[in-house]
Design a protein around this ligand. Structure first.
Ligand SMILES: CC(C)(COP(=O)(O)OP(=O)(O)OC[C@H]1O[C@@H](n2cnc3c(N)ncnc32)[C@H](O)[C@@H]1OP(=O)(O)O)[C@@H](O)C(=O)NCCC(=O)NCCS
Length: 147
């Protein structure tokens, strides 16, 4: 049986680069990895015998503004409830950290909306918010694409 544990911690730079690569999201340099890892207000890792096999993070100020990033489960472990473990941990964090009036957002990849809807996320437009927007000049990943 696979023994996967959730640990609320930041992954190492090398682990993070490697997991993103495994997702097919391209290769980032170490300085970029360090900076984004340090920019998170919440990080939780899934580990299997010490190896990083999943991750969820929230970027933001930890009180009013949160942007969810890097929801990842290694391909060989998908369909086993580990994504649910990550989203439940994220939800617990957001419920305890967010102050009145907080903006808590995520930008799902195409087709992932039904996954997030299982864990308390709703599509935009919703509540006081419009459709959601992305900056069209965002640089694409190096040697990868979001899939
Ligand atoms: C999306 C991802 C994190 C899901 O992880 P997982 O471990 O397979 O998810 P779980 O097994 O915990 O599934 C939890 C529930 O979500 C559902 N689900 C999982 N992936 C889904 C998807 N892509 N679309 C719709 N529902 C999905 C499962 O059927 C399950 O539903 P159930 O409880 O009714 O049976 C994983 O497939 C992944 O890492 N994908 C590549 C990276 C990615 O796309 N990340 C999200 C970027 S927006």
């Amino acid at each position: 049986m696979t023994n996967v544990v959730l640990v609320e911690e930041t992954p190492t730079v090398a682990e993070y680069i490697s997991l993103r690569q495994a997702m097919g999201w391209g290769t980032i340099d170490e300085a970029t990895a360090r900076r984004t890892l340090d920019g998170a207000c919440f990080s939780a890792c899934l580990r299997c015998e010490g190896r990083l096999v999943g991750l969820v993070r929230a970027i933001g100020d930890g009180c009013l503004y949160f942007a969810v990033s890097d929801v990842m489960v290694s391909s060989e472990l998908r369909g086993g409830g580990h994504g649910a473990t990550l989203l439940n941990a994220l939800g617990e964090y957001l419920r305890r950290a967010a102050k009145p009036g907080a903006s808590i957002t995520l930008q799902p990849l195409v087709g992932r909306e039904p996954f997030y809807e299982k864990f308390g996320w709703v599509r935009c437009p919703g509540g006081p918010f419009g459709s959601g927007m992305v900056f069209k000049d965002a640089p694409p990943p190096i040697d990868g694409q979001f899939v």
